[in-house]
Write a protein that binds this ligand. Structure first.
Ligand code: IPM
Ligand code: MG
Length: 357
């Protein structure tokens, strides 16, 4: 029996809908395993801007610092996407949260549930058995370097920067993870062009000497993008910089059938943050059809990584597996063979998972 305080941060769009379901799953686990989970909520993103004028209010940050873990939804709103000149943007909340909490490692496991083989647009025989763990660096690179305009606003720049220390700490996490898996690490960069990538490669090569049991390869990001689709099974652990990781993990989400299935963990110096890879999806917001499985699987990662509750986490994953085996689908993972009565909305999919818990 453990006592834990969890902060629920639903954010924008379908974040509100799916995070509610993720929380229900945590609640059920607490009851089942006799843990005492307490909860609080905090604002981020567009909803925070509307309420307070900023994307991450100090109050939210304080609550995050004091929580044992954060279950996060998504941020974003179409109104800002069409207005590049907006000074306050929902995404600022997410970036500030990552920086302030020191969340330098973003783990994005790409694992295909066998039942969803046909939901992907990639051929099943290419996909079957694919299991990749991405380590995306999350607090450096072009995301956080100096940015601005010059020549009276006619030229814009974003500076990419990495220190040796920043590469080492994410590199180490990736090597450690590879040790517990198939002992293969692919470090992705663009060392044929970028200086930050050359420093990245130097540091990973140095680390490799400390992990002789892990087989290391270095790949360029463009060719990695190609190989992910051509032969996803060749990858085990992949470690890469912030921007490359952002792009490659969206691409890799298709290996798992749908963005709606993928969970992620952001970890570092303090409180861990767990969130679906998908965004706020305003096109389907309010319709009750969003897939809550990524939030549920994020809750599973939270239990495992932040609380060390492996049995609890495994139970959540196996409940998701059973629901899929029973043939239940949300629209994003349904196909032509799915019976109409097996297609569930957000809340019903959540209930189905709870039933198997
Ligand atoms: C992600 C998202 C964010 C990112 C956006 C919303 C700022 O795409 O978490 O992958 O680029 O990191
Ligand atoms: Mg992204």
């Amino acid at each position: 029996m453990a006592k834990k305080h969890i902060l629920i941060v639903p954010g924008d769009g379908i974040g509100q809908e799916v995070t509610l379901v993720g929380k229900k799953v945590l609640d059920k686990i607490a009851t089942k395993f006799n843990h005492e989970f307490t909860y609080d909520e905090a604002l981020i993103g567009h909803v925070a801007i509307e309420a307070t004028g900023v994307a991450l209010p100090d109050e939210s940050l304080e609550k995050m610092r004091n929580a044992d873990a954060v279950l996060f939804g998504a941020v974003g709103h179409p109104k800002y996407d069409n207005d590049p000149s907006a000074k306050v943007r929902p995404e600022q909340g997410l970036l500030k949260m990552r920086k302030e909490l020191g969340l330098y490692a973003n783990l994005r496991p790409i694992k295909l549930f066998d039942e969803l083989l046909s939901a992907s647009s990639i051929k099943p025989e290419i996909l079957k058995g694919a299991d990749i763990l991405f380590f995306r660096e999350l607090t450096g690179d072009i995301y956080f370097g100096e940015k601005g305009r010059k020549n009276d606003g006619d030229t814009a720049y974003d500076i990419a920067e990495y220190s040796r220390y920043e590469v080492q700490r994410i590199g180490r996490k990736a090597f450690e993870a590879a040790r517990t898996r198939r002992k293969k690490l692919c470090s992705v960069d663009k060392a044929n062009v970028l200086e930050t990538s050359r420093l990245w490669r130097e540091e990973i090569q140095k680390l490799a000497l400390e992990y002789p049991d892990v087989e290391v390869e270095h790949q360029f990001v463009d060719s990695t993008a190609m190989m992910l689709i051509k032969d996803p099974r060749r990858f085990d652990v992949v470690v890469t910089a912030n921007l490359f990781g952002d792009i490659l993990t969206d691409e890799a989400s298709q290996i798992a059938g749908s963005m709606g299935m993928l969970a992620s963990a952001s970890i570092g110096d303090g409180t861990g943050v767990y969130e679906p890879i998908h965004g706020s999806a305003h096109d389907i917001t309010g319709k009750g059809i969003a897939n809550p499985l990524a939030s549920i699987l994020s809750a599973a990662l939270l239990l495992d990584i932040s609380f060390g509750m492996k049995a609890e986490s495994d139970l959540v994953i196996s409940a998701v597996d059973k629901v899929l085996k029973e043939g239940y689908r949300t629209v994003d993972i349904a196909d032509a063979t799915t019976a109409k009565d097996k297609i569930l909305g957000t809340a019903a999919m959540g209930e189905a998972v709870l039933k198997f818990l």
